[in-house]
Ligand binder design. Structure first.
Ligand SMILES: Nc1nc2c(c(=O)[nH]1)N[C@H]1C(S)=C(S)[C@@H](COP(=O)(O)OP(=O)(O)OC[C@H]3O[C@@H](n4cnc5c(=O)[nH]c(N)nc54)[C@H](O)[C@@H]3O)O[C@H]1N2
Ligand SMILES: Nc1nc2c(c(=O)[nH]1)N[C@H]1C(S)=C(S)[C@@H](COP(=O)(O)OP(=O)(O)OC[C@H]3O[C@@H](n4cnc5c(=O)[nH]c(N)nc54)[C@H](O)[C@@H]3O)O[C@H]1N2
Ligand code: SF4
Ligand SMILES: [Mo]
Length: 752
């Protein structure tokens, strides 16, 4: 392995590192936005501030959109009273303005047509026609198959609007990549261990921690705002940071310990840490005695899982494992074992997350300052409406008893239920899609395509001509977040709070807010009582008044903080506390896992290794982009136009690859990337792996900037390691090799 010294020099040059190193002022990167360049910060006073919260990612930072007298949005800045951002937006949030100005936006409703010769195309349509078409299809599906057969793929606010429509109509057949392709394993593990989920924003008390442990969490590149700010604070306060990552991430560059683990072996490391804490008696005895269940069984379970045992599996030396375990114990309980977020890696992910939860409990690092705090949210009063009808079957029934600990719909199961050939008992016949670009976020492209081609009808609500719109029968162009009212934001936090989003400008082109679109469809379905308002501001005002505020007040403040009601942020020492688990304790031994037929304690199992001449594909984030949704955003495109494939110098030598050389990637199943990608030769990646930033390689030509820029990691993910606990789509068991020549001229565009 390479020495750390080699790497520091490199990392201090990286943008991510610069951002993390301090100077948060750099975050207000407006300078890179053409629209922002023209105004100095002192002229903000002449502009009108309109409250909003960001939709560029799901941290939902609250801010102010500054508008001039012509009605143009000139700048977005963070709201100082917002705990999600503390007055500072990340580069993407500032660049969110580009979503509004992007001239490639969807501009009008579109309907798929077929020419006599069979070729298909989209024609512009009126809203009346497009909405009629969706409503009529919903009626038809309900009559023919029952409302349950209408499925929904959703993410973020647009997804939530569609979910309200779907539930009013009588279906709960929905799923989102943000569960089964993202946070699902974490939910299953923390819920069964602690009886509560980890929330979003994560309830990690990083700002007051003495030791932050990042296991495949690349905070700093993963640019979730206040989390990055708090990590920066922790660095300033000299907290110990332990980063476990096969790649020298930005976070690794700021860490006291970087453990360049052999990919897919994290469970072994975690179990060895647990072994050391128990057998060296470093764990928090009073905490474990008072609050946990199954300690003696755990002690026995990890008896042979020594650091020496883990060394052979992980490549991490026993002394390093002991030293880092001692560092955690020394800082306990002010330790954050970060639960991660994108946790679908190798198919045993709920078990890896369980190991992290167990480690957390042994350190007593729960409910204490500097560990995981106890979050609280404002409950938004429900606007009067009838109860949603109870569907005859829902997302859970689709799974037919598989994945017993899934708490939300599973994307791959919804796809499979859409394919008649697979004979699912409950079949899905039509889809609504909102705020999710499935062709780039679903692994196993073949499965997605077959499902999309099998269903009778797809309606997509989006702001951009993303790949998913190519599969639609009807495209509903939504106004961007800067042009609409939306739900009140009320995420759990240290301090309960509410944030408001309202239009800073009129919707451009012939676009409409999501709330309006679903209301029009709902009215056509005779569901008026679920949409009993003319404008969404009425709903917000009603809710705010119930909370002792109002639309008028929120227009002035954007974010309102409320006193906590559920008790303090931290547990008092020795306080009695009933956990919401079957034993009422923190379950080191998981009764739920055991009852569902899974190992009650995590067990390390080896995963497939790259075949000869292949390298494991790992992927992640870049600070200036969010998934595939920002690659065409003019402001953010300016900051980063394409991704690259990170290749270790040894591998580059072996293959004769030069910096910047374009290569196509081919995976173990023979899948080849549509577009080539530039090689980045760097010591920051292990020799057995390559790394790519997700979200590039767009194949829809209507994305004039993003089309063909970089390659899509999704195309290389044909093998899914399914998590039997909750149906997660483990995506890191794919291996690539390099092709120097354009492999196929017969490759077709990803368009229906
Ligand atoms: N290969 C691969 N797959 C992945 C990941 C990965 O790293 N690699 N990451 C996984 C993770 S962690 C997650 S959370 C999921 C996320 O995957 P998705 O749920 O697909 O999320 P996004 O990419 O954010 O969704 C983008 C879509 O929302 C649209 N959109 C943006 N704003 C609006 C709006 O205001 N209104 C409407 N109607 N539409 C809007 C965009 O134009 C775009 O079509 O992907 C998962 N899949
Ligand atoms: N800028 C930006 N920030 C984002 C997002 C975005 O799109 N853009 N998306 C947000 C969302 S929804 C999510 S879910 C998060 C995802 O962000 P995180 O949850 O932090 O990270 P992942 O994408 O899971 O993991 C990426 C890291 O895992 C490392 N890794 C790969 N294989 C292994 C392994 O076997 N073991 C270990 N220990 N490490 C490994 C990679 O090298 C990489 O550094 O980011 C969030 N923040
Ligand atoms: S972290 Fe950045 S992109 Fe995400 S909501 Fe906040 S400002 Fe927007
Ligand atoms: Mo995610």
């Amino acid at each position: 392995m390479h020495t750390r010294r080699n790497f520091i020099r490199i990392s201090s040059l990286g943008l991510g590192a610069t951002v993390l190193a301090g100077s948060m002022a750099k975050w207000v990167v407006g300078a890179n936005s053409p629209k922002n360049i023209s105004i100095g910060s002192n002229s903000l006073a002449s502009l009108k501030p309109v409250p909003t919260y960001c939709e560029v990612c799901f941290w939902k930072c609250a801010g102010w959109a500054y508008v001039d007298e012509k009605g143009d949005i000139l700048k977005i800045v963070g709201n100082k009273n917002d705990p999600h951002c503390n007055g500072r937006l990340c580069p993407r949030g500032t660049g969110g303005i580009g979503m509004y100005y992007d001239e490639d936006r969807l501009k009008t409703p579109l309907i798929r047509e077929k020419k006599k010769d069979g070729t298909q195309y989209f024609r512009e349509a009126s809203w009346e026609e497009a909405l009629d078409k969706v409503a009529n299809k919903m009626k038809e599906v309900k009559e023919k198959y029952g409302s349950e057969a209408f499925g929904l793929f959703n993410h973020g606010n647009p997804g939530a609007s569609l979910e309200h429509l779907l539930r009013s109509y009588g279906s709960e057949s929905n799923a989102e990549p943000a569960f089964a392709n993202c946070r699902g394993p974490r939910s299953a593990a923390y819920f069964t261990t602690f009886g509560t989920d980890i929330v979003s924003p994560e309830n990690t008390d990083i700002r007051d921690t003495e030791c932050l442990v990042l296991i495949g969490s690349h905070i700093g590149e993963n640019m979730h705002n206040s989390q990055v700010q708090e990590m920066s604070e922790a660095i300033d306060k000299k907290a110990i940071i332990i980063t476990v990552d096969p790649r020298f991430s930005t976070a690794a560059g700021h860490s006291s310990f970087w453990l360049p683990i052999k990919p897919s072996t994290d469970i072994a490391l975690l179990m060895a840490w647990i072994h050391v804490l128990i057998y060296d008696e470093l764990y928090n005895k009073p905490f474990v005695e008072k609050y946990t269940f199954g300690f003696d069984l755990l002690k026995n379970h990890v008896k042979s899982m020594t650091p020496e045992w883990a060394y052979g599996i992980t490549d991490i030396e026993p002394e390093v494992i002991r030293k880092t375990a001692r560092a955690m114990a020394g800082a306990a309980p002010a330790v954050v074992i970060h639960p991660g977020r994108h946790t679908v890696w190798y198919g045993d992910d709920s078990q890896r997350e369980r190991a992290m939860a167990i480690l957390t409990a042994l350190l007593g690092a729960w409910g204490k300052r500097g560990s995981l705090y106890l979050p609280e949210a404002i409950k938004i009063p429900e606007f009067p409406q009838p109860k949603y009808p109870t569907p005859k079957w829902n997302w859970k029934d689709i799974n037919e008893g598989k994945f017993p600990l899934a708490s939300m719909g599973i994307t791959t199961e919804l796809l499979k239920a859409s394919i008649p050939r697979l004979n699912y008992k409950h079949q899905v016949k039509a889809w609504l899609v909102g705020g999710t670009n499935l062709p780039l976020s679903m692994p196993d492209k073949k499965l997605f395509k077959e499902a999309a081609e099998s269903v009778e009808f797809i309606a997509v609500m989006d702001t951009m001509p993303m790949e998913i719109t190519g599969y639609a029968d009807v495209i509903l162009p939504e106004a961007t977040y800067l042009e609409r009212y939306d739900f009140l934001r009320a995420a759990p936090a240290r301090v309960p709070n509410v944030a408001m989003r309202m239009p800073a400008a009129q919707p451009k082109y012939d676009t409409k807010p999501g709330w309006w679109i679903v209301k029009q469809i709902g009215e056509r379905l005779g569901l008026h009582d679920y949409f009993n308002y003319n404008d969404y501001s009425e709903v917000i005002d009603w809710q705010l008044k119930k909370l002792g505020s109002s639309l008028e007040e929120m227009k002035k403040i954007g974010v309102k903080l409320f006193p906590r009601k559920d008790g303090p942020l931290y547990l008092a020492d020795g306080e009695d506390f009933q956990f919401n688990t079957s034993t009422g304790k923190i379950e080191l031994y998981s009764v739920d896992f055991a009852n569902a037929g899974f190992d009650p304690f995590p067990v390390y199992t080896p995963h497939p290794e790259p075949p000869q001449n292949f390298y494991r594909l790992i992927y992640g984030r870049a600070p200036m982009h969010t998934f595939s949704r920002t690659s065409n955003n003019p402001n953010l495109w300016d900051l980063m136009k394409e991704n690259s494939v990170w290749v270790n110098p040894k591998v580059a030598d072996l293959w004769g690859l030069k910096k910047g050389q374009k290569v196509w990637l081919k995976n173990q199943d023979g899948a080849v990337t549509t577009f080539p990608v530039a090689v980045r030769v760097t010591e920051r990646i292990r020799w057995d792996s390559v790394y790519m930033v997700h979200g590039f390689g767009h194949s829809d030509k209507k994305l004039t900037r993003a089309f063909g820029m970089g390659a899509s990691d999704e195309e290389m993910i044909t093998n899914i390691a399914v998590d039997p606990v909750m149906g997660g789509t483990g995506m890191r068991g794919n291996f690539i090799t390099f092709l120097k020549e354009n492999p196929a001229s017969d490759k077709k565009e990803d368009k229906a």
